[in-house]
Design a protein around this ligand. Structure first.
Ligand code: ZN
Length: 142
């Protein structure tokens, strides 16, 4: 089986850990060779700022560890931020917040990424367990 690049695992780990940290629910993370998929659910009314930070957190993890440029988000994530109403300065601001959040949750992103690279799939229960193991309490960034 082909190996999963760590940057792909880190990207999805960034979305997933940011979601649980900020009080949203990450239902599942799946990962393939070129991309991954993180399913997030919001309880109650969707907060566009929180949703925007979660949408930018995958790329923020790649900016932090994989030398990706801050300037361009991947298309899928960019489209989500557009649907949420962010563009231009407000998009740069939300991306800046996402990088700050990723700094706060860094040990958990690293741990979750390593596990995702091995297993390719993670449910919410294991995600939250790994976050606590890394010293990041789910919901504490809420
Ligand atoms: Zn993404």
């Amino acid at each position: 089986m082909m190996e999963i690049p760590l940057w792909v695992a880190r990207h999805e780990a960034g979305h997933a850990v940011a979601a649980e940290y900020l009080g949203a629910r990450c239902r599942e993370v799946r990962i393939g060779r070129q991309n991954g998929m993180t399913r997030v659910r919001f309880s109650g009314r969707l907060d566009p700022i929180v949703a925007g930070i979660i949408a930018c957190a995958g790329h923020a993890a790649n900016v932090k560890w994989d030398r990706r440029s801050k300037a361009t988000l991947p298309t899928d994530d960019f489209n989500i931020t557009r649907m949420l109403g962010f563009r231009g300065r407000s998009l740069r601001t939300i991306a800046l917040h996402a990088r700050g959040v990723v700094d706060e949750i860094a040990p958990a992103v690293q741990l979750v990424a390593r596990r995702l690279k091995e297993r390719r799939k993670m449910n919410r229960r294991e995600l939250r367990r790994l976050m606590r193991e890394a010293g990041v309490e789910p919901g504490s960034g809420n």
